[in-house]
Design a protein around this ligand. Structure first.
Ligand SMILES: [Mg+2]
Length: 247
């Protein structure tokens, strides 16, 4: 068990889960967006052929993205942008996430999304994280989104730009966070970072004194001495994290 006052949760492959994404729906929606509904069947069929060629949808999406554009979408100039937009709209939530966030909030633990998404973040409210939170009715649980673009307050919409350019991998985001939390009366030992990637979510946070929980529900990157706990389902947090009682 660990008792904390603040928890930071990673977004990519942690809060969000792309495995449940229905590829035929994504391709269909992309076609509609580009005004070519009549080509949906053709494009889905081509995507299936790519899957047969490379073995799985996830391999195609991860390693052969150029071929999706050139072969499935016949090199349409707007295909790349439309596809990534539509994919974001179809991102699913990790198992047990809402349950866990409700529990942590109920404990009085302050919650932040701490994300390394650099390019995909547009203005707050239109970026992938905000849209995800809104679409899944999670906005009420999270107080801010912290990323290399800044710290965005979910309620007021204000932006703290001192986080701009800071990253998780270099650990500079955690340096800034440690200072902000201290100003709120929260020590790093009363703060926990939850994420899947060892060199961005776990080790740099641990090095600064944060507690750490490695999420393995999407990818298990292996054991790491910097991870205090490992979870594969967010509901496991209920057995690990409790609010720190007042001294
Ligand atoms: Mg991640």
């Amino acid at each position: 068990m660990i008792d904390v006052k603040w928890a930071g949760i990673d977004f990519g492959q942690c809060m969000m889960d792309t495995r449940k994404m229905r590829t035929y729906l994504v391709i269909g929606d992309a076609c509609k967006q580009m005004g070519e509904s009549d080509l949906i069947d053709v494009r889905i069929h081509k995507f299936r052929l790519l899957k047969e060629k490379y073995g799985s949808y996830s391999t195609v999406k991860r390693a052969h993205r150029d071929e999706i554009i050139s072969y499935v979408f016949d090199d349409r100039p707007d295909a790349r942008e439309v596809l990534s937009w539509v994919e974001q709209e179809h991102i699913c939530m990790a198992n047990g996430l809402e349950d866990a966030l409700a529990y942590l909030c109920d404990q009085g633990i302050k919650l932040s999304v701490v994300s390394e998404l650099k390019k995909t973040l547009g203005p707050m409210g239109t970026d992938v994280v905000s849209r995800f939170l809104e679409r899944h009715n999670l906005t009420g649980y999270v107080r801010d989104v912290i990323c290399p673009q800044g710290r965005f307050d979910v309620i007021s919409g204000s932006v703290d730009l001192k986080y701009k350019g800071k990253t998780k991998e270099e650990g500079t985001i955690y340096d800034e966070l440690a200072r902000d939390l201290k100003n709120e009366g929260i020590a790093v030992s009363e703060a926990v970072m939850i994420g899947d990637t060892l060199w961005t979510d776990i080790s740099p946070a641990k090095m600064r004194g944060f507690r750490t929980i490695q999420y393995t529900g999407y990818t298990d990157m292996g054991y790491c001495e910097d991870a205090d706990f490992r979870i594969s389902d967010f509901r496991q947090l209920k057995k690990i994290v409790v609010k720190k009682a007042k001294e």
